[in-house]
Structures are given as C-alpha cells and as structure tokens.
Ligand binder design. Structure first.
Ligand SMILES: *Cc1c(COP(=O)(O)O)cnc(C)c1O
Length: 227
C-alpha cells in the first residue's frame, strides 16, 4: 500500500498534468487536504510533506484536532455550518468555504466583528440542481450578492461547489463549467472580484482544474487507508 507521502506526490503530479493540459500553472491551484475523520498523527504526516492548508467539515471534530497541530497551518471549513456554530467556526478557521445562506453570512459577520477580525469566505453554490445539496441556487446568489458584499467583516473571495458523484468524472465537467460561468456573470453584474473557485475532489479534481479550479479539496486520494 502506498504511504501518505507517496499519495501526496501522486496527487501533486496529477494536478501538474491537469493544469498543463489546460495551459495553466499548477502554482495557481491550491491543494486543500481534507483531513476530516483522520487523527492528528495522520495529518502530521501530510504536514511533513509540505501541506499547509487543511479542510474539516465538523466543528466538534475540528475543535479537538486543530489545537493538536502546528499553529502555522491554515484551516478551511467545508461542511454545512449551523448558525449556532458560527462563533466557534470564526475562532477555529481561516476560511469558511461553505457559506450557503444570507442568514449564516450575517451571523459569521457578527461573530467576526466581535472577534475583531475579518473572515475569508466562499459562497457555496448548487449549480447541479441536485436537491440533496446545500448551497445557493444561481438566481439566489445573484440576488443576494450585493447584501453579502456589504457585510464588512466578510471577505468574499469566490465560489465553492460539490459536483454529484459520477462514475465517469468527465460527467462532472458541466457542473464545474457552470460554476465558472456563474462566477463570471456575478463579477460582471456586480463588479465584485471573485477570484477563487473551489471545486474538485478525489474523484473529479482533474476535470475541475481543466475548468478553472483555483482550489481542489482532496481527502481520499491523500489519506486513504495505507495498510
Ligand atoms: C469530504 C469532502 C471532500 C473530500 O472528498 P474526497 O472524495 O475524499 O476527496 C471535499 N469537499 C467536501 C465538501 C467534503 O465534504
């Protein structure tokens, strides 16, 4: 079985190749290592390979794990966040990628204000139309962006999406393209820069990179059981 170091090297090589196919630089694609369900000692193996940005999807788990790890790491929240956990998210995370309602955005803004900080966020969008997914629908985010952008403690850096699982990752490509096109329309109509596109996971990250992902969120391909 491959080690975590070998897994990371393989993922980096695949990012490089996918970026090259799209005429992009791999340096423009940030690797977010999704460490949910994996204990601190496993995360440390990834840190030893130079990874610095990690994704978690549950506050309870993050609260126990993050203090066990080096303070120089950056943590991104990527799961569904309940408004009553907003304060803890602001305490623990550098970025919340999964802002999926105006109500949650307002709450995060207030908590960031009380903590005298700004919080980087992405707006999670549901561009596939799957009813089981969280996220703004395209017309909702179009209507809400002006208000979201007026929240002074939030720094909206871009959009995030999760594609449905497809046997063939090429089938996820239209979802990624739709997120990029939505981003382009939002930028045009609101004049607000939204440089970041967080899209692509273990099963589909190469297609996402070819469609413009600036962040890929990868768990299984890095941390899959090694024995
Ligand atoms: C778990 C998770 C990932 C990573 O998924 P893998 O298929 O293990 O790479 C990415 N994004 C979100 C939102 C997740 O919950």
């Amino acid at each position: 079985m491959p080690t975590i170091a070998e897994n990371i090297a393989a993922v980096r090589a695949r990012i490089e190749t996918a970026a090259g196919r799209a005429g992009r630089s791999a340096a423009d694609v940030q690797l977010i290592a999704v460490s949910k369900t994996h204990p601190p000692e496993v995360v440390r193996e990834a840190v030893a390979e130079g990874l610095t940005v990690f994704g978690e999807s549950r506050i309870q788990e993050a609260k126990a794990k993050i203090p066990e790890l080096p303070g120089k790491l950056k943590w991104h929240f990527i799961g569904h966040l309940q408004t009553n956990k907003a304060r803890e998210a602001v305490e623990l995370f550098h970025m919340v990628q999964s802002v999926d309602s105006v109500r949650l955005a307002r709450e995060l803004d207030q908590c960031a204000g009380r903590a005298s900080r700004t919080l980087a966020v992405l707006l999670e969008c549901n561009v596939s139309g799957e009813s089981t997914k969280f996220g703004f629908k395209p017309d909702e985010v179009m209507a809400a962006l002006a208000e979201l952008n007026s929240l002074r403690r939030l720094e909206i850096q871009g959009l995030m999406t999760m594609a449905p699982f497809f046997e063939d990752p090429q089938d996820a490509r239209p979802v990624f393209r739709a997120l990029r096109e939505l981003r382009d329309r939002l930028q045009q109509q609101h004049g607000i820069p939204l440089p970041e596109l967080s899209m692509g996971m273990t099963n589909d990250f190469e297609a996402a990179i070819e469609e413009g992902a600036t962040m890929v969120r990868i768990g299984t391909a890095i941390f899959r059981p090694t024995s």
